[in-house]
Design a protein around this ligand. Structure first.
Ligand code: EPU
Length: 337
């Protein structure tokens, strides 16, 4: 284990923000993690656990220890006629895992194709896309308890998954380091192509739904709509899609009859934040190098040299404006440091 000093975090965050970490360490083994945590405790340093850096906005230098999780490997730990339990180390790239499963015709995560980030970060916010969330295939995870150095197992119910939520973002925030995740995959896949964009893609291209074709459909939809972080700095959706009450929904619908919304229960509606932001006039907006993507306004972008605080200020302006126009408060999906 090698602790480095004053390291640029630009290669480690998909927003491409130029900030520094006072200390930085890459952990390839569990004993690296133990040593790094001992150093962090000894020096009373703030700690930041980094996976793929694809859901984070740095607004300033990090005056502590950044611990990059680079634990690799995957293993089938159990199988029956219909299922397969795959244990995957936290540092594995999420999309490479999806491609591996799709190539083997193991169903369950094909809708989550091309989501940036690592396997260890996936349960943190219960990643989701195109009608599927991680929790649907999640079996359990192993995590390092920072305070005691013990390894604890979390089953699905322990993780308290919700829409872009888990216990690790809430009551257990900053207390655990996820080491490995076990997924329960399907050998006879149950396909989900209910999401309108996926359905449209398959029918327009006369494609029979399969694990492979759904993955390919999602890949193409994402490539057409979402900026590639390798080319334009971004962290996917910056805000979550907000929930509104039935009363609020009906009030808005009177003024905006074309407003899209999804019913969650008889008193709750989910309104696309992308729609609210577009209606408020922000789609394609740019201020220096900080901007709002021209195809998907839920994605804030760094066109080159934007500072983290400039993107954060832009986000605040959008939030205030959406609040004033619609009375809806947008919540940040991305972690801010
Ligand atoms: N919309 C607009 N204008 C636009 C784009 C979208 O009005 O320019 C409206 C449309 O009504 C559209 C709706 O927003 O039907 C939904 O758009 P989209 O299908 O692109 O999805 P989203 O709700 O904006 C969510 C996730 C994405 C995920 C997609 C697909 C959140 C915060 N975001 O976006 O996840 O890929 O659905 O399932 O839930 C991420 O979390 O980083 C992410 C990219």
């Amino acid at each position: 284990m090698q602790i480095q000093e004053n390291i640029s975090l630009k290669p480690y965050n998909t927003f491409g923000i130029k900030v520094q970490a006072r200390y930085f360490v890459e952990c390839f083994h569990i004993h690296d993690i133990c040593d790094a945590i001992a150093f962090q405790k000894e020096n009373k340093l703030p700690l930041l656990i980094l996976g793929g850096g694809s859901n984070i906005l740095f607004t300033k230098d990090f005056e502590g220890l950044v611990l990059k999780i680079s634990l690799f490997g995957k293993k089938i730990i159990k199988e029956d006629e219909n299922h397969l339990w795959l244990k995957v180390q936290a540092g594995e790239n999420w999309n490479e895992l999806v491609e591996y499963c799709v190539a083997n015709n193991w169903g369950g995560i094909e809708n989550l194709t091309l989501i940036p980030g690592t396997v260890g970060a996936a349960p943190m916010q219960n990643i989701g896309a195109y009608g599927v969330e991680l929790q649907e295939v999640f079996e359990c995870l192993e995590a390092f308890h920072i305070a005691t150095g013990e390894i604890h197992r979390f089953d699905k119910k322990d993780c308290k998954f919700g829409y872009r939520e888990s216990v690790f973002k809430n009551e257990l925030k900053n207390q655990y380091i996820i080491l490995a995740v076990t997924l329960k995959l399907f050998k006879n896949p149950i396909l989900n192509y209910s999401y309108a964009d996926v359905q449209k893609f398959l029918s327009e291209h006369h494609i029979t739904p399969s694990v492979q074709s759904i993955s390919e459909a999602v890949r193409q939809i994402r490539l057409a709509k979402l900026p590639n972080p390798a080319e334009i700095g971004n962290a996917g959706s910056f805000f979550k899609n907000p929930y509104v009450s039935k009363k609020h929904y009906e009030y808005l619908k009177r003024d905006y009859p074309n407003m899209p919304a999804y019913t969650l229960d008889e008193n709750t509606y989910k309104v696309p934040a992308a729609w609210l932001i577009e209606q408020a006039g922000w789609k394609g907006y740019q201020e220096g190098d900080a901007g709002v993507h021209h195809k998907q306004p839920l994605v804030l972008i760094n066109k080159g040299n934007a500072k983290g605080h400039e993107i954060w200020q832009l986000a605040q302006k959008i939030k205030k404006n959406v609040e004033a126009k619609f009375g809806v408060t947008l919540q940040t999906e991305v972690n801010i440091y």
